[in-house]
Design a protein around this ligand. Sequence first.
Ligand code: ZN
Ligand code: MN
Length: 475
Amino acid sequence: MNYEIVVGLEVHCQLNTESKAFCGCSAKFGNAANTNVCPVCLALPGALPVLNARVVEDAVKLGLATNCTIQRRSILARKNYFYPDLPKGYQISQFEEPICSEGLITIETDEGRKEVRLVRIHIEEDAGKSIHDIGDDTYIDLNRCSVPLLEIVSYPDMRTPKEASAYLQKLRQIVKYLGVSDGNMEEGSLRCDANVSVMPVGSTEYGTRTEIKNMNSFKSVEKAIEYEAKRQIEVIEAGGKIVQETRLWDSDRLETRSMRGKEAAHDYRYFPDPDLVPVLVDDDMLDRMKQELPEFPEDRTARFVAEYAIPAYDAAVLTVEREMADYYEETVKVSGDPKGSSNWVMGEVMRTLKEKYLDIAEFGISPVRLGGLVRMIGSGTISNTIAKQVFEIMQSDGASAETIVEREGLGQVSDSGAIEAAVREILDANPKQLEQYRSGKAQLLGFFVGQCMQKMKGKANPTVVNEILKQMLEG
Ligand code: ZN
Ligand code: MN
């Protein structure tokens, strides 16, 4: 029998607020253990939580960006369970009345565009961290307690591991464009659980699902879902039954393992948190958040094509990341050359970032300086070959392209006298090739051009070299 995979994702996105969700402690990642704590996030008796307004604003923005209905009134609830990294004995979350519901995210698949529906987006707080890898003991770091999260829950609308990864990448792109999260999967800013089941092709009834946790890259999401679906099919084909449970992805052994039986919602004894008032979103806030929405990739791609007359392919590559698109636009402002700028950003800049494992924000050449370099190529002051040398120098030297070209004497030579002299020398030095050229071997022109450029250390204006060469070869 042929089976179809059914996947729904629950994604936890860590917001990049300055302070935590319910107290003034720093939400920063990587500080010394148990230094970002206070009576509220340590759950000392009598301490009361106060909701961070930025968390509500971020939730509304993400809801708007994913076509959700924004609930004007939502409720914070207690999700009760015991764990050593959860000092309160409950997590503040949202249950029956989340802030956003019924959204939509569009992904690109091999068969074209596809819409994945969202059940909800809700606000919640993170728990602390248990540390198991120091000696034989377990340590607890409560810095992460109460760091704000948005949980994004999709319908089981994805049918392949690839679609699930495309959805996750799209969601990451959206939160990064919004600026509400760094979307860093390795540091846990984006954590994904997958609900996976299989059913016979053509069936409308979903099979029993399992939940997979602990996938911390796009690749591992794909691999884990693929493995889990295969495992389920094998169990069913052998006459067995799928048990609803939580399974852990082991990225070293490339398999999922049973972790625990799946809790049902009633196990958590949810109830509205009596310490917190309902969350209200008024017209003012809604309008303000709409105003603050960025131009999203699809719109920006279309505008790049229309405004800069660059190919749709270039525009799509340049707008994958908001910072990269900003960088490109700044470069164009200075260079006045949209296509030249896109060639450089997509070529040398992206290649360098990849080689050095850098983000565009960490890149040493500002868009203003790159724009200056591209402008010098356009004006014929330097050739493309020389520009690459200048680009290398610029990475460790804060000077402008103009300054470097002047200081290093790299300006392009268009002076026909100097070029003529070089051509003369080349012709004299290669009598055999000259002879062959004159007896009809026209393709030797390229050889002579190359020799001349080399002779002039790449600085000669290639158009002038070509003209002069042709004249002198005929003569
Ligand atoms: Zn605190
Ligand atoms: Mn959650």
